[in-house]
Design a protein around this ligand. Structure first.
Ligand code: C5P
Length: 401
């Protein structure tokens, strides 16, 4: 619980993503933080102060000129009596006010009066995010020292439009808050780590590809955690819709062969954690042109060929990192398959998990893993992927102390 005892002032501004702030409050409190909510007028059109206050177990502040609140707490105290201010969602309008020092309601006044770190999770329509005015405001705020998480890309809740503008997921916001407030020990300082994450896309032709359901949530959380512990982290990510974690070098790739090249190109390293769900096969010869459906003709056969096994390559490489960790997504015989993978791939640990559809692990937020090591197995209870990352970080650090 790295947020234990931390006081977070959460500003919720008016966007459809405000519903995710309810979950964010729970996640922050789960980690031991207290959450004091401030809502703009717009936010109250999307979620009620009653719901926000109930989840936060605190009073919700909404008015700048509330005689009662000003006598009781006051906007200056709200701005100062916290360790971190989180704005989630941060609308284009609130960002514009901040960038220009406008203070015309409680939220914007607090943001002008504070001397605490501020973490903003923007959420808006992709056109608003890419608008030159928002680009300008964002650049100003970054230069002013405001920290940002996201937005991620994907489908918008209200319009179905696709693009950058979705609010970062609550767990990513929590991780960013933890990173900002962290002044804990750095047992991996001076160590270099390579992490793979996400699926790979193997082209069939220029418009079609073979993919899998990996979201990248677990791999990204591990990359961020190793960075938090002081490691210099390179994250090689397949195509995902979640935001790049803070504080790590991200290399974006699509195909398994590109992923292998990026991983090998990042050697030497002390630690390799191969979390990506690399496609086992690719299409033997992807077509340079779109394969056309011909009336009356049988469907074209899809001839597959094996992809490089990145974990195995690293596990047996001349520059093998001191510690090599793999994952094993299984739907049956989890322990046996995991153990044989440990041998075959030359790994020090395999984190095996059951990805049968009923577990909801693939793409979900939670994970149940069995850690298979050279000297035995250990079952970890079900926990969220961030917690798995923290526990793995501790295990990895124990090898370097
Ligand atoms: O053999 P399997 O795909 O189950 O092994 C899973 C582990 O191997 C994961 O750590 C995954 O990242 C890695 N892997 C890889 N390259 C492949 C296939 C799997 O690095 N082509």
């Amino acid at each position: 619980m790295t947020l234990q005892g931390k006081r977070i002032l959460l500003i919720i501004s008016g966007g459809i993503a405000a519903y995710k702030s309810l979950d964010l409050i729970r996640r922050l409190r789960e980690r031991g933080a207290s959450v004091r909510p401030v809502m703009t007028a717009g936010a109250q059109a999307f979620v009620t102060p009653l719901a926000v206050g109930a989840l936060a177990a605190d009073k919700v502040f909404t008015e700048l000129f509330s005689r009662e609140d000003e006598q009781d707490v006051g906007h200056i105290r709200l701005a100062r009596d916290c360790d971190l201010i989180v704005i989630a969602p941060a609308t284009a309008g609130l960002m514009a006010k901040m960038a220009n020092g406008l203070a015309d309601d409680l939220a914007s006044t607090i943001l002008l009066a504070t001397d605490k770190p501020v973490l903003a999770a923007p959420a808006m329509n992709p056109k608003m995010w890419s608008h030159t005015a928002t680009r300008r405001n964002h650049a100003t705020l970054v230069a002013d020292g405001i920290h940002f998480i996201g937005p991620a890309s994907g489908e918008m809740a209200e319009s179905g439009e696709k693009g950058e503008g979705r609010m970062a997921e609550p767990l990513d916001i929590v991780a960013a808050a933890e990173a900002l407030l962290d002044n804990g020990p750095k047992p991996l300082a001076g160590k270099k780590a390579i992490v793979t994450s996400g699926p790979t896309h193997e082209p069939i032709d220029p418009v079609r590809y073979i993919a899998n359901r990996s979201s990248g949530k677990q791999g990204h959380a591990i990359a961020a955690e190793l960075a938090r512990l002081g490691a210099d982290v390179t994250l090689v990510s397949g195509p995902v819709t979640i935001a790049d974690p803070k504080g790590v070098t991200v290399v974006h790739v699509e195909r398994a062969e590109e992923m292998r090249d990026a991983v090998i190109g990042s050697l030497p390293a002390d630690i390799a954690v191969m979390v990506a769900a690399v496609a086992d096969w690719r299409v033997a010869s992807a077509s340079g042109n779109k394969i056309k459906k011909q009336p009356g003709e049988a469907p074209p056969p899809l001839l597959l060929t094996e992809n490089p096994d990145i974990l195995k390559t690293i596990g047996h490489h001349a520059k093998r990192p001191k510690l090599v960790v793999g994952f094993a997504a299984e739907t049956q015989n989890v322990a046996e398959n995991g153990r044989s993978k440990l041998q075959r791939k030359g790994a020090d640990y395999i984190l095996a998990n059951d990805v049968s559809p009923h577990t909801g692990i693939m793409g979900g937020d939670r994970n149940t893993v069995k850690v298979i090591g050279k000297s035995g197995d250990e079952d970890w209870p079900e926990m969220d992927k961030q917690a798995v990352a923290e526990r793995l970080g501790t295990l990895i650090a124990s090898h370097f102390s």
